[in-house]
Write a protein that binds this ligand. Structure first.
Ligand code: AFP
Length: 314
């Protein structure tokens, strides 16, 4: 098996998965989602959602972009032959495709996170969490893979199957080719930070953390899109994103299954950390598919600093 860090750049995604001896069915799931992204890109770039009364790419009446993205991904997973269950942030329910839980995968995904940002031409993304078997209400540490696709000035795909984090970029032929292999966070505190939620609603602990970051010279970088904001931290190999517990929303805003678990898996695989502020995201036991939790994620030193501030001041 090829060791991470030894692959020539611009190898395409399917070949990379094959040459790193990835499980064939897991490869199928990852590649189906990669293929689905090409249709999502078309819908984003052209707004081709179908005109009222006519059909769109799939012969459907005009759809909202996130609904169309959900249908594009769902169709490919349903027909892949390797997926047992699907849980989509868009539908908010679990769809059982196949009863063979022992040999198939379950996929929890947010088809187009930040979809409201498309209208102001900001970057959005698809976020995917993959488990073996039929149960998606499990701690994130049991994921077998996680990935996201970022629809920005460039379209990039980041995934991990537990053997490092790898970034692919879409070329002119709409193929994903290797851009960064085995991304690793740099040691040291965050130099950029992404603070979500209304500051006036932060608790004292979060306010203290933000002031310590500012005091150490960290710069604020926040787009309002979870995928681009996390991607910035990962590709810069430094930084911290937070969407904290708020005075009127102790569970924060972001969803454990579709957003927090996959990103926490990826950042931990890159040597970073992901916490609710009081404990590891990947140890959370979801009690419902739309469970939310606070998140502090990125440079391990800064995530631990956030945990200290919250332990001291709430
Ligand atoms: P939408 O998917 O409703 O646009 O929200 C995007 C998001 O879930 C996530 O992508 C951002 O990190 C977060 O919300 C931003 O929330 P605020 O707008 O409250 O900062």
């Amino acid at each position: 098996m090829r060791q991470p860090g030894t692959t020539p750049l611009h190898v395409d995604l399917r070949r990379y998965l094959r040459e790193t001896d990835e499980d064939r069915d897991l490869t199928r799931v990852i590649c189906e989602i990669a293929d689905a992204s090409k249709y999502i890109i078309n819908a984003i770039r052209t707004g081709d959602l179908g005109m009222a009364g006519t059909s769109n790419l799939y012969g459907e009446a005009q759809l909202a972009l996130d609904v169309l993205s959900d249908r594009i991904i769902r169709k490919r997973l349903v027909h892949s032959g390797v997926v047992a269950c699907i849980a989509s942030e868009e539908s908010g329910e679990v769809q059982q495709i196949d009863k063979d839980c022992d040999h198939k995968y379950s996929v929890a995904y947010d088809p187009l996170d930040g979809s409201s940002l498309v209208d102001v031409n900001l970057a959005v993304g698809t976020i995917v969490s993959i488990y073996k078997g039929c149960d998606v209400l499990r701690p994130g540490r049991e994921q077998v893979a996680a990935m996201y696709i970022l629809y920005g000035p460039r379209t990039t795909l980041v995934y991990s199957t537990g053997r490092g984090v790898h970034e692919f970029a879409m070329n002119s032929l709409m193929e994903y080719t290797l851009n960064h292999e085995n991304l690793r966070m740099k040691p040291g505190p965050a130099k950029i930070y992404s603070p979500g939620g209304q500051r006036s609603k932060w608790t004292e602990g979060t306010e203290r953390f933000a002031q310590e970051l500012e005091g150490s010279g960290a710069k604020l970088r926040y787009s309002g899109g979870f995928v681009p904001d996390i991607n910035q931290v990962l590709i810069k190999r430094n930084g911290v994103f937070m969407y904290p517990h708020l005075q009127d929303a102790p569970e924060g805003k972001l969803r454990v299954l579709y957003e927090l678990n996959p990103m926490a898996f990826l950042l931990e695989q890159a040597g970073g950390a992901a916490s609710t502020g009081r404990g590891r995201i990947l140890d959370l036991q979801p009690d419902r598919i739309d469970m939310r939790a606070p998140i502090f994620i990125g440079s391990r030193e800064s995530v631990e600093q956030a945990e200290r501030c919250i332990a001291e001041a709430g």
